[in-house]
Write a protein that binds this ligand. Structure first.
Ligand code: ADP
Ligand code: MG
Length: 711
């Protein structure tokens, strides 16, 4: 005696897909490959394009130049050779009204032979054209789909058909069927959480309607809007995704302002004036503007939380130093964190002379040194004797206690994660924070990742810079590249040679660097001083080499990527990069930024292997063409996608399902404004009309407790 109706489990959007009708374990595995595990995942897995198959025509009705679909049976099909080199795949197709040829110039033979078989019925969509040789109509590269029989026919023809990114082994039509089934069965469970006001203001459909429409648009929907992701259904879903994200950021920002109180600084004090007299150059207009902004934030009654974006070489260090000194002038300790020990050392060496002249105590914290040295250092920090502390992220380790940390500067932010930022506040410290990034982050990504921060731009270079020329060489012309390098060092300039990134493993990369430096010293450039620098060297040794390079005692510095960020030697005018294709765009731009810092013209020589991938080619041509860090960063985002963007993987950025940081900037900015506005009015989301929203936030970000502790 079954009592199914009462025992039957209630449907939930969190139901695993495996137990859904038409799925099963095998398909569930395939769906997992698409990151789809629950019903809700699948419902938010939107089509990436649509096909207008509302106009289903007979072959005889097809009009040249008018996109249409037709149903045809393959009469015969196969590869045809044209001349010696070219192949096309061609099929003759018929329906009860006539015949037509369809052709592919680019195809995978195995795949096509299997799919477009004699006797098979297929749906073709495309634009018919006149055959050039006068043989009637033909369709080049039609979209082709196997027609399923019977019941599901209506999903594939006579309508606007959704096209999804599928995976091998999962036919598009099966995926479509699964999603249709889910939409039908679960649509009533999809609850609205956006406030009414927002729905009305933007004329957004409800959540449930949007899901239905985005997957299966009505026949009168605009394909053009759909393909641009601008249909109101899509816009709504993208908006809600961004909105939730921006709400968490707005909450965090608000929380920082209200609950933590930094110390307001008095700015432009005595110390700063003394420092300006020591400085050998005038600040650029942009540096002055940015410093003005920083001073404005420092004078406030709340901790500064500022992201400073400035291209490589725009002069961020002096901005950092003035900020540090402002802290010292307010009887606080200040710290500067760098992503690598080498860079921390460089900062230390260039800042120390100023500190000595100004009578300020400064210390470098690194992982090296004896236990005794370390403990001495740590106590000088905890008792407040040391005023400026420079180091890597070792600085925020548990062991180090500050006496009164008032301001912290984080250089080259792209190596630091959001989590490290939080580590400081966990220590009960609420210093002013200035984060500087040299890899300009595309605006959209900055809004997403650092939406809780204020942003300033250092958008001008110090005067007298000559743009760096970038040249690309293939392996077999590396001699030409080295000849250019030799010419420069013969004239007294210096050069960097950066060695390939072979693996993530430093020791293997090191082997390659050793080979290159020996080859240079022994054969190619025996009359010059070549030196090798890498991350495995002892601190003292590294400092010695860097100092010698700075003093011009070394002609060519061969390096693993340890020199990627921050190093500043104006007499170096050549940056030669071996196996340039192995580096990311942002990295190449960083490396290139090591030269072009003085009054001489500089060159960047990229050597790459012949076996370039399409992405590799795109990357290298972007770096050759553009000198602007921002457009390079945008390009990087386009080529690699945001998930891959340096450092974001570990930063806890949620995967975007509907929205794209490239395509949907407008909606992103809109959602940001709305989120800030809403949190201003209802900081704890307590109003009745925001209850559902609060639930949605907890549901989406519940596991990120530090984000959620506020509400
Ligand atoms: P980045 O922004 O990449 O950190 P740096 O701070 O290292 O750039 O500055 C690059 C170079 O420009 C350094 O040699 C620095 O001394 C110099 N510099 C910075 N500001 C100015 C300025 N206002 N006038 C002239 N040179 C400057
Ligand atoms: Mg720098």
């Amino acid at each position: 005696m079954s009592n199914k109706s009462t025992v039957a489990k209630k449907l939930s959007l969190d139901d695993p897909l495996q137990f859904i009708k038409g799925v099963g374990p095998k398909r569930a595995d395939l769906l997992k490959k698409l990151n789809l595990e629950t019903v809700s995942d699948a419902l938010f897995f939107l089509p990436f394009r649509y096909e207008d198959r509302t106009q289903v025509k007979k072959i005889i009705e097809l009009v040249p130049g008018e996109t249409a679909s037709f149903l045809g049976e393959v009469v015969n099909a196969g590869t045809v050779r044209i001349g010696r080199r070219r192949k096309i795949f061609e099929a003759l197709v018929q329906d009860d009204s006539g015949f037509l040829h369809v052709k592919w110039f680019q195809f995978n033979e195995t795949y096509m032979t299997e799919k477009v078989k004699t006797g098979r019925k297929l749906i073709f969509s495309g634009k018919p054209t006149h055959n050039k040789r006068g043989g009637g109509l033909e369709v080049i590269h039609p979209n082709t789909e196997i027609q399923s029989d019977g019941s599901s026919e209506s999903l594939e023809i006579g309508r606007i058909v959704p096209i999804y990114h599928s995976t091998d082994g999962l036919h598009l039509k099966s995926l479509r069927k699964i999603i249709k089934n889910l939409v039908d069965n679960y649509k009533n469970l999809i609850e609205e959480f956006l406030p009414d006001k927002i729905l009305k203001r933007y004329k957004f459909p409800t959540r449930s309607k949007a899901i239905q429409k985005a997957h299966f648009p009505p026949n009168d929907a605009s394909i053009e809007l759909l393909d641009k992701f601008q249909d109101s259904s899509q816009a709504r879903l993208i908006f809600e995704e961004f909105f939730l994200l921006q709400l968490t950021l707005a909450l965090k920002k608000r929380h920082l302002q209200v609950e933590e109180c930094g110390q307001p600084f008095k700015t432009r004090g005595e110390l700063i004036h003394k420092f300006m007299e020591l400085l050998k150059f005038d600040l650029t207009k942009a540096q002055k503007k940015v410093l003005g902004e920083i001073m404005h934030y420092l004078e406030k009654n709340e901790p500064m939380n500022l992201l400073l974006q400035g291209d490589v070489g725009s002069g961020k260090t002096v901005v950092a130093l003035i900020s540090l000194l402002t802290g010292v002038d307010n009887d606080c300790q200040t710290a500067l964190m760098a992503p690598t020990e080498l860079l921390a050392e460089q900062h230390f060496l260039s800042i120390r002379p100023f500190c000595e002249a100004l009578n300020i105590t400064i210390a470098l914290v690194t992982s090296s040194g004896t236990a005794k040295e370390k403990s001495l250092l740590h106590s000088s920090i905890s008792n407040g004797t040391t005023q400026i502390i420079i180091g890597t992220h070792a600085l925020i380790q548990k062991k180090i206690e500050f006496s009164k940390l008032g301001l912290i500067v984080v250089d080259e932010q792209h190596r630091f994660g959001v989590l490290q930022r939080d580590a400081l506040s966990k220590k009960g410290l609420t210093p002013h924070v200035l984060i500087m990034t040299a890899t300009p982050i595309p605006r959209s990504l900055a809004l997403t990742l650092y939406g809780d921060m204020n942003v300033s731009f250092l958008d001008e270079f110090p005067p007298g810079r000559i743009p760096i020329e970038t040249k690309l060489f293939y392996e077999d012309s590396r001699n030409t590249a080295y000849t250019l390098l030799e010419k420069e060092i013969t004239e007294g300039r210096q050069a960097y040679v950066v060695c390939p990134l072979i693996e993530e493993s430093e020791s293997i990369d090191l082997k390659a660097a050793i080979d290159v430096s020996e080859e240079l010293q022994n054969r190619r450039l025996p009359n010059f001083k070549i030196e090798l620098i890498h991350g495995k060297l002892k601190k003292e040794e590294r400092q010695k080499i860097m100092a010698a390079f700075k003093n011009g005692e070394i002609d060519v510095l061969v390096a693993t990527t340890v020199i990627e960020v921050g190093i500043d030697v104006p007499n170096a005018t050549v940056m030669l990069i071996e196996h340039a294709e192995r580096f990311g765009l942002a990295q190449l731009h960083q490396l290139r930024g090591r030269v072009g810092r003085g009054k001489q013209a500089s060159i960047c020589l990229l050597i790459c292997s012949h076996a370039l991938t399409v992405d590799g080619k795109a990357r290298l041509s972007a770096i050759v063409k553009s000198r602007d860090g921002f457009s390079i960063a945008e390009e990087d985002l386009r080529i690699r996608g945001p998930g891959d963007f340096t450092g974001t993987r570990q930063s806890g950025m949620p995967l975007l399902r509907a929205g794209s940081l490239l395509r949907d900037i407008k909606l992103l900015e809109l959602s940001r404004r709305e989120a800030i506005d809403l949190i201003e009015k209802d900081p704890k989301l307590e109003a009745p009309e925001h209850i559902k929203l609060k639930e949605a936030l907890h549901h989406t970000f519940g596991n990120q407790t530090n984000l959620m502790k506020v509400i």
